[in-house]
Design a protein around this ligand. Structure first.
Ligand code: NAI
Ligand code: MG
Length: 353
């Protein structure tokens, strides 16, 4: 099978880590029967300054018509609003209907309290429909925002969360070390207060996960505020977490803090038959150009993309090589307390692969 992968480095350290993602895909053993073709694509603030568009139409068209998946680095967002500029990754999620944002958060298994969870965030609605307005009243201004929750979006996000839970179980059964024994999905909401919107999310997710194909998946629910408490006190309790957009956004950044560096945490934006791997970190202007950015979030994002393209065996090889590098702990980048350069970390992981 030949996979055609779009490469969108974007800005800052995106340009340092995306080439590492390409190299790990190229280094996968031939015995897997996988070949790759790469297409270099533009997006980001630099692209906006050069062309007037942060996400050129050509990038979207090539992704849609020619690619099986993509790797996206990071983009810089100006701290003050710049006319005509808006985030290309947000636009890409919309244009390609990438309805799920998937973020695994995993520590090394030798840690004192190992963590191994995935946060599955709904990516298309909730408060992020951005329908806001401000109006004047005798007591001063009032601002309002629409929180939209649909049965369709809630059902498909819960379904993919169930599928991810089953796939993780399969990977565990193939011998990958894990702290979990049974697949478990935790539905996150605040339906005690928002009985209609979060109530619909909760009941629809329950219904989707009651499908017989998920009969081996445990289902529980948790109110989002108590979830934050438990996420920090007892993170090992979670396997797969499914949440509406806003709670998922907050929980996934919070969970990333549990493993020490943003440089370790991958994500994927997933739609029907398409996935974009994307490290969780930004363009890191404070370290760009020094050759010290941690490539691991991107390498794991490449593996995560492969998982959603049904190439689990290839993904597992990348995860294992990365875990072995971290567990040995000799060649670590400065964000993890080491002194290794990006290139040395990449070389070490490629050697293990
Ligand atoms: P950031 O994630 O770029 O950096 C936060 C801190 O983590 C910095 O100290 C940075 O050096 C460090 N860091 C991040 N990734 C690292 C890696 N791979 N290796 C080693 N250290 C790493 O977030 P920040 O500083 O808030 O934002 C910088 C720019 O990135 C802004 O323009 C922001 O808008 C953009 N950004 C873009 C995102 C995206 O494209 N999805 C996400 C977050 C921020
Ligand atoms: Mg976020």
């Amino acid at each position: 099978r030949t996979l055609r992968i779009g490469l969108i480095p974007g800005d800052g350290i995106g340009k340092e880590v995306i080439p590492a993602g390409r190299r790990i895909l190229e280094a996968l053993p031939a015995s897997l029967g996988l070949k790759f073709e790469f297409v270099d694509l533009k997006a980001g603030f630099e692209t906006f300054e050069q062309t007037g568009a942060a996400l050129p139409d050509e990038t979207v068209a090539i992704l849609k018509n020619e690619c099986d998946g993509a790797l996206f680095g990071a983009v810089s967002s100006p701290s003050k609003a710049v006319k005509g500029y808006s985030s290309p990754i947000v636009a890409l999620r919309k244009k390609l209907d990438l309805y799920a944002n998937v973020r695994p958060v995993k520590s090394v298994m030798t840690a004192a309290n190992p963590i191994d969870m995935v946060i599955v965030r709904e990516n298309t609605e909730d408060l992020y429909v951005k329908e806001e307005k401000t109006y004047d009243t005798p007591e001063g201004k009032v601002a309002e925002a629409i929180k939209r929750i649909s049965q369709r979006a809630s059902s498909r996000i819960a379904t993919i969360a169930g599928e991810i839970a089953l796939r993780r179980q399969k990977i565990r059964e193939s011998g990958a070390p894990s702290i979990h024994k049974e697949p478990l999905v935790t539905i996150t909401h605040k339906s005690n207060v928002l009985s209609q919107t979060d109530g619909l999310f909760r009941s629809t997710a329950r219904e989707a996960l009651a499908n017989p194909r998920f009969k081996d998946v445990g289902v529980e629910e948790q109110i989002v505020d108590s979830m934050v408490y438990k996420l920090f006190r007892q993170p090992e309790a979670y396997d797969v977490i499914v949440a509406p957009n806003l709670y998922g956004d907050i929980l996934s950044d919070g969970a990333a803090a549990l493993v020490g560096s943003l440089g370790l945490v991958p994500s994927a934006n997933v739609g029907e038959g398409f996935a974009i791997g994307e490290p969780c970190h930004g363009s890191a202007p404070d370290i760009m150009g020094q050759g010290i950015s941690n490539p691991i979030a991107t390498l794991r994002s490449a593996a995560l993309m492969l998982e959603f393209l049904n190439e689990e065996a290839a993904a597992a090889k990348i995860y294992a090589a990365v875990d072995a590098n971290l567990e040995e702990g000799k060649l670590l980048s400065p964000d993890l307390g080491g002194t290794a350069k990006t290139e040395e970390v990449v070389q070490d992981i490629l050697r293990r692969l």
